[in-house]
Write a protein that binds this ligand. Sequence first.
Ligand code: ATP
Length: 315
Amino acid sequence: AGPTIAAGEILVEIMATDRGMGFLEPQALIGPYPSGAPAIFIDQVARLGGGAGIIGCVGRDDFGTINLERLRRDGVDVSAVAVSDRYPTGSAFVRYRPDGGRDFVYNIAESAAGRISLTEEARRLADGAGHLHVMGSALSISGLKEIIAYAARAVRARGGSTSFDPNVRKELIDGADGAQFSRLVDDADLLLPSGDELLAAAGVDDEGQAVKALIARGVGEIVLKRGAAGSTRFGADGSRIDCAGFLVEEVDPTGAGDCFGATYLTCRRKGMEPAKALFYANAAGARNVTRRGPMEGIAGFDVLDAFIAGTARAA
Ligand code: ATP
């Protein structure tokens, strides 16, 4: 029992409306949209009716306000979000290339998001949590490493569970980070990689071998994200479930992975079987890419059921 919690960057995102242009010329931008991977994840948990809380830091400005208002409206406990008088809310400018690739201009390290620390409110939230979700990218921010280590211990001590999205580039983590990264993988009840991340986490170059190696290291279940192609769930008992992607027009891919992971986790925490949880997660990821803005496609079960009823899937 106890809510699902996440920790890390709460940002606004501002995006170029046309594909293909760099930021070198004046152009049409749209935003700000509430964003940040942990914020997207935890908002989706709350929208599905799962208890949810986040540890983070925003500035005392409009960008902070739109994030806090969105999270609060959707039912996320924001008592452990610090508000900085000194640093502005973090931001990300994004543009999409014609081939679908993305380029970001981030302002995180020197923003409120980079000032995150283990406050008393953060300890209190972690001490009551039933599940901790960690993003690999968090391991590059020093204040966050401490929060994650504390929260992982607290959640384990209460018999709770953890999930890990290993979205990190190996080149960016040093030896100490590498040890924390490996421990988070080994201890994960649920691992949520995409293709390359699965191989990198296992240190092998074959999908089947990677799954076997990670299960042998103690991972409870692995759910692999395959973009438009859908997803696959590997159980500790050697089982495998494939789920085809929904056929949608992709408007904005940012946030799909977090929406997907939050949905799978929340469905499982509600006691759903893996196949049903995977189906809902596929729907949540697919629906999210049909809306501009990383959190604008987030949906509760009523909207997901309607989406599922009205959308075809790849063969
Ligand atoms: P990101 O880092 O951009 O959030 P990710 O690489 O972690 O994404 P994806 O594989 O892109 O995760 O997306 C997660 C899930 O969302 C997929 O497994 C799939 O179920 C769904 N999804 C994503 N993109 C599409 C799409 N274009 N069409 C249908 N479903 C999609």
